[in-house]
Ligand binder design. Structure first.
Ligand code: G
Ligand code: G
Ligand code: MN
Ligand code: NA
Length: 253
């Protein structure tokens, strides 16, 4: 409850900020995207990570205004960087279950894109498998978002429940292989088998594949051999504040 009240004030006082983690094309080595990750500079506790406050935000419903703030802010940075002459890249934003259940989500996303002036193709929304459990509702919601022109990815793929039927039916663009599988690719048979199977399946379904949690060169080489399109992880960079992301990863046209 205390954290909930702090969060309400924190939203007004602009205590939240974003970090960005680069998403790298495994073909070219270029940064082709970035994931926006929210942090909270709490006045007494210091910087909190999402694991420490997203659950509270979910339970209290504050995730809705916070999620809108994240979307608007992530889109604003992306638009500003385009206006400043950097090569355009796509920004990925995580959606929470509560946001995904809102009937007017697509309208809100559309409003934010209009307001900010960002083309929809430069925004990707990340949902988890658990959000697609009710397939009819998920289909409708994703369809509304797709009609705007934004991309959709399934985050932490492989850790939840998605039947192959879901993957075939839902209008999604990308699978992000959960980092727990990537971590194990060089250790034993199963991590490698799971990653290569997901990558192959994604290719057949014409979905893009991103490997999460890429931490070393051995993993990177394996992922390239499996034709993963993109990688994200500490090997390239941890999530960094906007200014540092701009200096380190954005390139001129
Ligand atoms: O940021 P970190 O690197 O600690 O991320 C931890 C978790 O928090 C991840 O699972 C990520 O998906 C989630 N997360 C980060 N930012 C957001 C956000 O803006 N909204 C939601 N719903 N989850 C987020
Ligand atoms: O669940 P989601 O994928 O949205 O969350 C991203 C989370 O993964 C963040 O907490 C981020 O800090 C973390 N992360 C990003 N790259 C790596 C990595 O290479 N290794 C590990 N262990 N965590 C990572
Ligand atoms: Mn994510
Ligand atoms: Na993930």
């Amino acid at each position: 409850i205390e954290l909930e009240n702090d969060m309400r004030k924190g939203l007004e006082r602009e205590e939240f900020f974003l970090e960005f983690q680069p998403q790298v094309s495994l073909d070219s080595g270029r940064v082709v995207g970035m994931e926006a990750l929210v942090r909270w500079n709490h006045p007494r506790r210091g910087v909190l990570s999402p694991g420490e406050f997203i659950p509270v935000a979910e339970d209290s419903g504050l995730i809705v205004p916070l999620g809108e703030w994240v979307l608007r802010t992530a889109c604003s940075y992306n638009k500003k960087w385009q206006d400043d002459g950097y090569t355009p890249i796509c920004v990925s934003v995580n959606l929470s279950m509560r946001q995904f259940r809102q009937h007017n989500l697509a309208d809100k996303v559309d409003c934010i894109l209009q307001e900010v002036g960002l083309e929809a193709k430069y925004l990707e929304l990340e949902v988890t498998e658990s959000m697609t459990f009710d397939i009819d509702t998920a289909f409708e919601q994703l369809q509304r978002l797709k009609r705007l022109g934004v991309h959709i990815s399934i985050d932490d793929f492989g850790t939840g429940y998605s039947s192959l039927y879901y993957l075939k039916t839902l209008p999604i663009d990308r699978l992000k292989i959960d980092r727990s599988f990537v971590k194990e690719v060089m250790l034993d048979g199963s991590g490698a088998a799971i990653v290569s199977t997901i990558a192959m399946m994604a290719h057949h379904l014409q979905l893009k594949v991103t490997a999460e949690g890429v931490e070393n060169e051995e993993q990177l080489e394996f992922l390239k051999l499996q034709n993963c399109h993109e990688g994200q992880g500490y090997l390239f960079s941890k999530p960094v504040p906007a200014g540092l992301f701009e200096r380190r990863f954005l390139t001129r046209i």
